[in-house]
Design a protein around this ligand. Sequence first.
Ligand code: RTP
Length: 155
Amino acid sequence: QEAHAAQMEQTFIAIKPDGVQRGLISEIVSRFERKGFKLVAIKVVVPSKEFAQKHYHDLKERPFFNGLCDFLSSGPVIAMVWEGEGVIKYGRKLIGATDPQKSEPGTIRGDLAVVVGRNIIHGSDGPETAKDEINLWFKPEDLHQFRYLIKSGMS
Ligand code: RTP
């Protein structure tokens, strides 16, 4: 049966400045793409520090908050919205644990990163955060609605 695009689950995924600088954009995009998720928005942006603080507002009491916001605003970020059944939870699975030392091999951080402060990628951790982060980074008209003729679990 046809899932209505507007009801299909979406998550916010960002390749952080370290991932971009290390040339890992296509590697990361291809893992989501080959899984069968659908890319509905993508842009290159250098966030301001204020914007980074908004994105990470939940972490403002943490000792690493300032350094984290400096880092996120230090260079180009690839901001994306991915869509598909279970994409929020499974996207986190593709990404791996926050600390790359604890990420399994086969995950993005497990295969491609070493330390928590340079873990190359961000993914929304639940439906509410996903909605908030998509709204923070994108305008509604940036999210494309299209259908593939041949599906692989994509909407
Ligand atoms: P993310 O939001 O980036 O996907 O990461 P996460 O949910 O797996 O982890 P979270 O606890 O929300 O932390 C957000 C980002 O802060 C940096 N961090 N540094 N001890 C530290 O220095 C430390 N702990 C966390 C990481 O870049 C983490 O992704």
